[in-house]
Ligand binder design. Sequence first.
Ligand code: HEM
Length: 393
Amino acid sequence: MAISSRLDTARVLATVLLPTLAKGVVVRRPGVMAAAERVQSDARAITTMRGLRDRYGPEPVRLRITGRSVAVLVDPTDVGRLLAESPEPFALATKEKKAALAHFQPHGVLISEGPGREHLRALNERALRPENVPAEAIVRDEADLLTRHVTSTGELTWESFNQAWWRIVRRIVLGNGARGDDQLTDDLKALRENANWAFLHPRQRGLRDRFQHRLDEHLARREEGSLAAQPGDLSGQVPHWLFAFDAAGIVTLRALALGARGMNGILESARLWPTTPVILRESTEPTRWHGTWLPENTEFVVFTPFFHRDPDRLPFADSYAPEYWDGPLDPAIVPFSAGPGVCPGRDLVLTVAATMLDTLSEHLSVPSPGTPLPATLNHFGIRVPAQPAGSRV
Ligand code: HEM
């Protein structure tokens, strides 16, 4: 059985898990992201993971942590299995996720279980179909306004991008009546900052009630042309949708900085810099791996930057390779997860993000990034030069 030495457990904690926590699992912390970029913390994490695989072979590697059975996957086929066999026997609703997400989305599908989960999963899949909303028209509208702004200031920054992005998200999710409601997304951000601390932060009932009340008022309009018009009780699901659109904005801006285009460009941005760097599952029964049994309630850790950027397996690991997405897919390149727990917002995200990317790209001159691409990319620091449309030769 592969049980890591104390030294290797310390290495995984210090270079893989703690930096991921420090960056902010639920909402990214700008100061830590900048520091992580300076030291390229993901490169160190990937080196640690390659070391584990070299020393222990393909079996899941158990960490020496008291009071919790934790196994880190190193074999791509095992990742495929773990995700395919969710939510039974590999539950999405792990203890850690429940503690974090209860701060702002206690009724979200991600931390639901049993028959309740099936119902919520179906509701999410139905509601999040891209054809339910005129996403492209909304994005073009806001992207044009943003373009006018950045051609006057000379560059696109995270701040200006993010402001336009949230207008788009509020219009898509809640309708035009929510376009200017910055307070709603600011409150959600504050709740998510608490969620970064999971168990350690007390729940702020007052703030959560205020947020949910505001959200329910928008939902009650059931505005035509927004996701709020979809049938079913959406109130418990929408906090996750709003939260997850943050990741989609980050992926889009990075794709822009990369000079990427289209849906494959968005997928590449999410492969190169996955916004869910750790996918967790908790087993509901003992399970067998490469001949070894692991106990019930084992927490399985998939550290996606390792599988997405593994130079031993992927010739394109550190380059922009949009063509990869048209060929046979690797079971461990999973920016949107896979199997029954795959992101139900994936197609909507790809539509919204690719439209934003392509519309903005027409007006910005992106210097082509060199290879190898950096392992860590701080989106808060991205600046893209802008020029008036038609001034390019
Ligand atoms: C770039 C943007 C996004 C990425 C990379 C992404 C990725 C993911 C991943 C990796 C998971 C699985 C998490 C896990 O297994 O623990 C997930 C779940 C989920 N995502 Fe996304 N997501 C994105 C945006 C969105 C958006 C915008 C929405 C909704 C509008 C959404 C809705 C969901 C929901 C509801 C789940 C939970 C599914 C379940 O529990 O069965 N996601 N997403």
